[in-house]
Every structure is written in C-alpha cells, then in structure tokens.
Design a protein around this ligand. Sequence first.
Ligand SMILES: NC(=O)c1ccc[n+]([C@@H]2O[C@H](COP(=O)([O-])OP(=O)(O)OC[C@H]3O[C@@H](n4cnc5c(N)ncnc54)[C@H](O)[C@@H]3O)[C@@H](O)[C@H]2O)c1
Length: 544
Amino acid sequence: MNQPISISPDGIKYPLPKEEDYKKEIARIEKLVTQARKKGQEIVVVMGVGFVGSVMAAIIADTTNKNGKSGKFVIGMQRPSARSYWKIPKLNDGISPVKAEDPEVAPMIRRCVLDKKTLVATFVYDVLKLADVVVVDVQLDYAKNELGNVRNGQVEMTALEESFDIIAHRIPAHCLVLIETTVAPGTTEQVALPAMRKVFRQRGIKHDPLIAHSYERVMPGRDYVASIRDFWRVCSGINEKAKQRVVKFLNEVLNTEKFPLTVLDRPIESETAKVVENSYRATILAFLDEWSLFAERNGVDLIKVIKAIKVRPTHSNMIFPGPGIGGYCLPKDGGLGVWANCHILGFEDDTFKMTPMAIDINDTRSLHAAQLVRDALRNMSLPIASAEVLILGASYREDVGDTRYSGSEILIRRLTEMGAEIRVHDPYVDCWFEFENQEEYPDGSKSVFFRNQKKLKDLRVQKDLNKSLKNIDALVLAVRHAAYLKLDPAKIVKTAGHPIAVIDCFGILDDERIRHYLALGCDVKGLGRGHIKRLKDEVSKKKI
Ligand SMILES: NC(=O)c1ccc[n+]([C@@H]2O[C@H](COP(=O)([O-])OP(=O)(O)OC[C@H]3O[C@@H](n4cnc5c(N)ncnc54)[C@H](O)[C@@H]3O)[C@@H](O)[C@H]2O)c1
C-alpha cells in the first residue's frame, strides 16, 4: 500500500510518519528539552501550528528574559493529518507555514528555529508530558448545513473534546493549559474543566488542572506579528491560581507594558468577549449590505458615502463589506454563541436575532456580485455561459494567503453554476484547498450548495497576471491585494485583447479609472457603486 502523504502548498510531498517514527521522534524532542532545561528555559507546547499557532509559537520562542537570554523553548505540536502534516517539516526547516505580507513573520520563524534554536515542530502528542505550559491553538469549526442559515448548523466539538482528553492524560499536574481557540462560551468551564478534571482524578491528581482562556485578535496580513505581540489581550482562569499563571505567562511573552492585559473574572466572560467582538464586526459589515444595494439602485457611490461618514470620530470604524465576509472567524464566531446558548447553557428560547442574521447576510453577499458579473457581460451583449471570467483574489482579505470562507469561493461557485469559465489569480495563494479537495471533504465543501461544480476541483491559482488576462471577457476585482490597487486600464484591456466587463467588488477603482475603462469600451459595475451610470453618461457625451 502507498504511504499516505501530505502535500505542502509549494507542491512538496511529505510522507506521513509511520508507527516506528514516533519513538525516534519523542527521543529527539526529549534530548532537545533536556538541553533547554539546562539553560533554564520553560517548555511551552503550542498545539496546532496553523495561522495562529505557528506565529504565536514563534513569538513565544523569540522572547528573552531579563538577562537577554531566551527564556522559553517552544514545541509546535501538529497532528499528522494529510492536510496539515507538511507544516512540521517546513517549520523544522525554518520556513513559515503561513504566507503573509508582514516582513516579520518569515525571519522570526527562521531565527527561532535555526539560530536561537528555541522552536521545534513535531507530531507526537507525548511531548505534552514535557510541558510547563500548553497553548491550545487548534481550530474549532462550525458546520453550516444550508447556505445563508447559520442557525441550522453545529459546532464540531468532538475534535476539541478529544484534544482536552489527550492533554489531560499527558500533562504534568501543574502545567498551565491556555486555551486560545475561539470556543463556544461556556466551553472552558463546562466542557474542558469537567473532562480534564475526571482524567486528573483517574491519574490520582487531587487538584484541578490549571486551565485559562485568552483569545487571539490576530490579523494575518501586514501586521501579523504585531497583532499578536503588540496588542491588548483579555484573559481569565478557572481559579485564582490559573489566573495568576496565565497573567504571568502572557506578561512574559507579549508586549503588555505598552498593551496591558484585561483580566476578567471567569473564562465564560473572556469567551463571550471574543464572540461578541467578532459578532459586532460581522454586524456592522452586514448592515451595509442593504445600503450597498440601495446605493447601486439610486446613483450613490457607497465608498464615498462611507468616507464622508468616517470623518466623524464616533463612526470611524465603518468599513465597506467586500464580496462576502470571510476569514476563519467572522462567519462562525456568532454561531458559536447561538449554539452555546442552547447546547451548552440549555436555553431553548430565541435569544439571538441580529447575530445570526448578520452572518447569513454576509454569507450570501457574494451571490449578488455574481449577478453584477452577469449584468455587465449582458450590457456587452455577452452571455455569462461560457464567458471567460478572471477573478483577482482568492483569499478572504488583502495581503494574506488565507482562503477560508473567502467571498471569492462563493462567487466562483455561483458563476460556475451559471456556466462561466473561471480563472483565478492571487499572489499569496499557492493552492486553493477548498476547490482542489472538494471531493475528499464533501461534507465541509460549499460545492454541495451549488450545481455543476465538478470541474472546479481542477481550478488552479495563477501567478502570472498577464497570462491570466489573455482573452478574458470579464475581470472581477475581488480582493484589495496591493498588486490590484493600481492596475492600468489601458494595459489590462490591451492584454485582454478587447474591451471587457469589469466588476469592482471592493471599491478598488477610483472614478478616473472607471472613466478610463468606460472610454475603452468596457462595461463597469461595482458593489455599492451606483454612480457608475453617471460616469458612463459623462463618457459617452464626451465621445459625441
Ligand atoms: N486565523 C485567524 O485570523 C484567527 C484570528 C483570531 C482567532 N482565531 C482562532 O484561533 C484558532 C486557530 O485558528 P487558525 O486560523 O490558526 O486555524 P488553522 O486551521 O490554521 O490551525 C489549526 C491547526 O491545528 C491543528 N490541529 C487540529 N487538531 C489538532 C490536535 N488535536 N492536535 C494538534 N494539532 C491539531 C490543525 O491541523 C491546524 O494546523 C481558531 O479557534 C480560530 O477561530 C483565528
């Protein structure tokens, strides 16, 4: 039988570890830990080295104590799944498993792994036995069973519950367990604590495990590292001792002098803070969806309207919603609260109205972007069926390579359903897992909500923009990546070979560029950009 492999985004095949590899691996790590202990370093295991865990692990590994020496030895522990195992060998080579615009990420990981030798990655759970602190950064998914109906979904608790069990069986009795994963409120005290306490009792440990909660506010992108290290944190612990331990730990690894900690009484408050924080953001984005449609229908440019309003300091956090609100957090975090209210806390009544509605609006916003593509092509007498459509941007936000719940995915799925031929370009995304693996993970794939999706498993993200532009019929500006902000209309049309439909989903085009495209014979449409008709009339009057 072939040995299962894990393929990294740059195409390298890594065979998954075999049974006999585990013994060797733990011996390797034990040796490194003995050396670290001799240097007086605290041993920190970061469980899950994904978008959050890999950078958090590096930040911890990079910290120095009062004497300027490395105070922590960090073991990034990652389960050896086909989807994620590759992150381990990459990290051990000093290469960041996440791609981002922040110039601090790659050198920090390289420095910690290769120079300071304070960061190592592994696949063996038994490293938990060596830990003084465990930081839990595994994902917690929220499965949606219908497009645009978050209520009819559920939190996938089993994997997290298994992680708590694995940790409780292995950690030393006085190890701090810091849960950073965004969890359903109530999880730390009502799920993790009883489960881990039970195992502790079986192990003959009389006191409770030291469990704390502190959520991440990381913004992958230009300020990736700073958004973890140089930013305010909220934390709490299940008892006074856990609270003191988490405060001490966070003070040692984060810049809390400049960005002081907020310590809350109970983990459910810290968990709720995270879910409310993200539900608030999801809601202020969702409410603009109806105004975006209003703007399109009534000659209003919502981009300029928002800019005008933001001058008022009380309204400065207003942001234009792109083609759907993606990323790992905003589409699910409110759902964690709605789900917890019933399934952890036992309330049957319909407490939540705005939170699920906001998520549902955000989850379906990109369907309207697909309509704009259809309409712009129709204005150029081209049917959407068989039209060559190039989508610029696969990730959920600018300047990162994270495609989770990206608006572009739903847009592409809808356009494909309507018969369009899709090409996609993104400077940060090497492999679009959600399409390439849609058949391996059908339960989690949004393909089930659309017809005609089979061919999308062969969709590959292009890196050569000029090549991607050749002979397209429509260009969709879907993500505000730096590379897309200043594209020259004349060059685009020349490379395409003829006038095209241009759809701006993110307020990327200024009026000058819109006029230029129109003057070149293109049709232009944009989410929330009702003033384009006015510019069109202006341009055609000039022509006469
Ligand atoms: N990505 C963000 O921008 C962001 C921001 C704030 C908070 N968060 C939260 O942080 C948490 C982690 O998110 P992420 O984006 O890093 O997810 P991710 O999927 O990139 O990383 C999670 C990693 O954990 C690994 N893993 C899962 N189960 C494991 C186990 N039992 N043992 C060891 N490893 C395991 C996975 O293989 C994966 O590599 C989530 O709760 C998320 O909501 C994420």
